[in-house]
Design a protein around this ligand. Structure first.
Ligand code: HEM
Length: 280
């Protein structure tokens, strides 16, 4: 499959109304197939527009500041229980659990476990009995027959890996940052006043430029094309939420503000918990 790595061409293709996403296999059966057929991520045309609209309404009700407060509290609990590693499950589960909790799932931590089980198959469609069982539990927890159940599950699943990877990579960057690293005046102006502080914002910015979701796919004139989302040379003044990491065009990530709020809160708490991380 050809791959586009130049960010300007990537943005052009992602904004092209003639570029579609590969749809789900219409012959696939089972809960994972039902989930993939019900979400916006793999839909095109009117189905995509309608589902995307419902998702935006659901997300409008989730206040990023409240998500950040919940994520920070979860991170403090995890740290108190001994987890300081961004890759520890107690930390990795926070984004999906915060979104599931805000959406009213009865057991947000269980939803995060299911999100981890379905994450790869959600993208590829390659299922297994364990994946189907987890997808069924998620759909049930999201309200079963509610017309928006698949979209509520989509939010939990899509919040999971990408936000967790952003946290891990930001923590790695903080650990590598030298104590002499100058505070960046551009980022400073862009985010001030920012409760997280510059090193955290800088680390998140770097993590996002490297693209936690490395690629996406479009079909244009019958040709499948892979689109790389890393954008190391984005102008320094680009706000993190506008980086190519979140996509572009009509399918651009609708959870950007939520992702930044959650990831920033978790990275901030881990940094506070470990005075040696990034501040030495
Ligand atoms: C740092 C974390 C995140 C990154 C890097 C990220 C990245 C992306 C990207 C690149 C896309 C577009 C894919 C494409 O065009 O093919 C996307 C779509 C999407 N994201 Fe995110 N995302 C993140 C977090 C979240 C969160 C927290 C949520 C939910 C609260 C979310 C919900 C969605 C949804 C629902 C879509 C599908 C939009 C549509 O079908 O039009 N994402 N995300």
């Amino acid at each position: 499959m050809p791959i586009i790595t130049d960010s300007a061409s990537a943005r052009t293709l992602l904004a092209d109304p003639g570029a579609t996403v590969p749809g789900p296999d219409p012959t696939a059966r089972g809960p994972l197939a039902d989930l993939r057929r019900g979400v916006s991520r793999f839909a095109n045309g009117a189905d995509h527009a309608h589902r995307r609209n419902t998702i935006e309404v659901l997300l409008d009700r989730l206040e990023p500041a409240a998500l950040a407060a919940d994520a920070a509290a979860r991170a403090r609990d995890a740290v108190r229980a001994g987890s300081r590693d961004a890759d520890a499950w107690a930390i990795r589960r926070i984004p999906a659990a915060a979104i599931a909790g805000a959406l009213g799932f009865a057991d947000p931590d269980a939803a995060a476990v299911e999100a981890e089980v379905v994450a790869d198959a959600y993208r590829s469609g390659a299922t297994s009995p364990a994946v189907d069982a987890a997808a069924a539990r998620l759909l049930h927890a999201a309200g079963g027959d509610r017309p928006d159940a698949a979209l509520r599950v989509q939010l939990v699943v899509q919040a999971h890996r990408a936000t967790g990877d952003t946290v891990s990579r930001a923590i790695e960057r903080l650990a590598q940052a030298s104590p002499e690293t100058a505070v960046d005046p551009v980022l400073d102006a862009r985010h001030a006043p920012d409760a997280l502080g510059n090193p955290v914002v800088d680390a998140m910015d770097g993590a996002l430029r490297a693209a936690p979701v490395a690629t996406t796919v479009r079909v244009r004139a019958g040709l499948r094309v892979e689109v790389a989302l890393a954008d190391p040379v984005a102008p320094h003044s680009t706000p993190p939420g506008e980086l190519l990491a979140f996509g572009a065009g009509p399918r651009r990530c609708p959870g950007t503000a939520h992702a930044l709020a959650i990831a920033g809160a978790v990275v901030g708490e881990l940094r506070r918990a470990d005075g040696s991380v990034g501040s030495c």
